[in-house]
Design a protein around this ligand. Structure first.
Ligand SMILES: [Zn+2]
Length: 288
């Protein structure tokens, strides 16, 4: 992607622009990073030095032959993937998943923690306790960068609040502040569809400025949009909350209290229930 562009269009810092560029295209020489980010060569040298000091970038000899004009061997910068660890928590219907990842998004370890549903605070406190044990086993001397938390439903990442997850029965749950306090880690919360789309934008299908629409259909139904590498959040961070659009059968009741919602027709539990009813009807007909 062309960029001064990266920093300017995405409203991100020069340091973040350098990291994203190396993540998408690295290993890269400094002049290539300057070209891709639109940051001056002097600025790139400063950013690369401070990111290397933080242990986020590593300098390696280039795989290509030495640059004879420069009179010294070329070096390239890459993400230092083995020094830091990022932790993740995904809150699903019947369990939470804990994960440890490196800075290239590779999963180092993961574990499922069953929960009985119900009271959000009790589930978050239980999950944080398991996360402490999980860190003891899987941090392995790496420096923790932070904790990413994802769940279905409508999530406000700025406030760290799960605004509405009607099938779990959670409303206005400050999951971010609670888990930040219990874990002691900088914590970022988002909807799972947006978290997946962000991961595709950084590490996968939309890497390097691509676009995608992601539709998740499981126990909840959510969507996310990435355009030109940028995640669209919309007013109130409500973009992608398609669960309760009136696209379902008018008579079908939804957990939100209304009828005819998309999720009440399309979610896994709804399809399973319909299949169950159809088999019972068939069995009764065959018996009769
Ligand atoms: Zn609904």
């Amino acid at each position: 992607m062309t960029t001064g562009v990266l920093a300017r269009d995405h409203g991100i810092t020069s340091a973040a622009a350098v990291l994203r560029t190396v993540l998408a295209h690295g290993p890269l020489a400094r002049d290539a990073i300057a070209e891709l980010t639109g940051i001056s060569p002097a600025g790139i040298s400063r950013q690369c030095a401070s990111l290397a000091d933080l242990g986020l970038l590593v300098t390696r000899p280039a795989a290509r032959p030495p640059d004879r004009r420069a009179g010294r061997p070329r070096t390239e910068l890459d993400i230092a993937a083995d020094r830091h660890v990022v932790f993740g928590v995904h809150i699903a219907h019947h369990f939470a998943t804990l994960a440890a990842l490196d800075l290239r998004g590779r999963v180092l370890a993961s574990e499922q923690v069953p929960h009985p549903g119900g009271e959000p605070e009790r589930i978050l406190v239980g999950t944080a306790a398991r996360l402490r044990e999980f860190r003891q086993h899987h941090q392995k001397g790496r420096v923790p960068v932070g904790l990413g938390v994802a769940s279905g439903g409508w999530v406000d990442p700025d406030a760290g609040v799960l605004v509405e997850h009607s099938s779990l029965g959670w409303y206005d749950v400050p999951a971010g502040p609670i888990l930040a306090e219990l874990s002691g880690l900088p914590t970022r919360v988002d909807g799972h569809a947006r978290a997946l789309a962000s991961a595709e934008a950084m590490f996968g299908a939309a890497r390097g400025g691509g676009s995608l629409v992601h539709l998740f259909v499981g126990n909840v139904v959510d969507a996310a949009i990435v355009s030109g590498g940028r995640l669209y959040r919309g007013p109130g961070s409500a973009a992608g909350t398609v669960a309760h659009l009136p696209l379902g059968s008018p008579g079908t009741r939804c957990a939100c209290g209304r009828s005819g919602c998309f999720e009440a027709d399309a979610a896994e539990w709804a399809v399973t229930a319909r299949a169950g009813r159809a088999s019972i009807a068939e069995a009764v007909e065959a018996a009769g």
